[in-house]
Design a protein around this ligand. Structure first.
Ligand code: NAP
Length: 255
């Protein structure tokens, strides 16, 4: 179906150097997009850029810290200046640390909210400016199960990811009239560096697999379909939504 094609589009993926951001970057390239990958680690970005080029697409690397608004704006400007357009932004840069709420420090709170929520907002603000002027675009925020349920030891992360859903709805309302769509993907449990420690516990993995109707954890390539859908014209009448890609985990309970 031609509507799913991203040919001629330019996409910026924050957190594109590894994990879910890398998986989404490769999926968008596969669907035809030229891709800009952004994070703080040049070596990881360069490796992903090579993988994108191997698919016959153009790739650009930009480095910076999304939690610093000046960096966020510069990264968007570099991405949008590359081919004089920016069609897709995926806010996948994110951090987490599991801590009982009684032990969370101000520094930890500011770090997690700074990257996940403040970063998502200021990168979106800079990209929204370009997209509104351009008359269209698609922003995809990466939310979480923690946008919908409470799990112990994840207070700052849950606050940030619930906030991301709020931003998604407000920006969809503000920028919809300009043809800019804003949606979120909420992944379940995926194997990445962020979840390495959880997945090193075989008992936890066994319990997870029993609780997920599709019987397994997620892998970064499992997000590609949802990301291509939301980035492409196939989703032209979809905005302000959250798509849970979690193997059915959130919607179900063991009997
Ligand atoms: P990951 O492998 O640790 O990747 C995180 C990415 O974010 C890296 O590229 C990292 O690069 C980048 N990043 C972190 N801090 C940054 C900063 N200040 N500025 C710019 N880039 C920064 O984790 P992941 O699992 O792929 O997570 C990606 C997103 O999915 C996050 O938003 C996470 O909350 C969300 N998520 C993950 C899961 C899961 O099960 N894995 C589930 C739900 C949601 P540098 O450190 O080099 O900057």
């Amino acid at each position: 179906m031609r509507e799913f094609s991203l040919e001629g589009k330019v996409a910026l993926i924050t957190g594109g150097g590894r994990g879910l951001g890398r998986g989404i970057a490769l999926a968008l390239a596969e669907a035809g997009a030229d891709v800009v990958v952004a994070s703080r680690t040049l070596g990881e970005l360069e490796a992903v850029a090579e993988e994108i080029q191997a698919k016959g697409r153009r790739a650009l690397v930009v480095t910076g810290d999304v939690s610093v608004p000046q960096d966020a704006r510069r990264m968007v400007e570099e991405a949008a200046g590359w081919q004089a357009r920016l069609d897709v932004l995926v806010n996948a840069a994110g951090v987490n640390k599991r801590l009982p709420s009684l032990e969370v420090t101000e520094e930890e709170w500011d770090w997690i909210l700074g990257v996940n929520l403040k970063g998502t907002f200021f990168v979106s603000q800079a990209a929204g400016e370009v997209m509104v002027q351009q008359g269209g675009g698609s922003i995809i925020n990466i939310a979480s199960l923690l946008s919908a349920v409470g799990i112990p030891t994840l207070a700052p992360y849950a606050a940030s990811k619930t906030g991301v859903v709020g931003l998604t709805r407000v920006l969809a309302a503000e920028w919809g009239p300009h043809g800019v769509r804003v949606n979120a993907i909420a992944p379940g449990y995926f194997r990445t560096k962020m979840t390495e420690r959880l997945f090193s516990d075989p008992e936890w993995v066994g319990r997870l697999k029993r609780q997920v109707p599709l019987g397994r954890e997620g892998f970064p390539e499992d997000l590609g379909g949802a990301a291509v859908f939301l980035a492409s014209d196939a989703s032209r009448y979809v905005t302000g939504q959250v798509i849970y890609v979690d193997g059915g985990y959130l919607a179900t309970r063991e009997a």
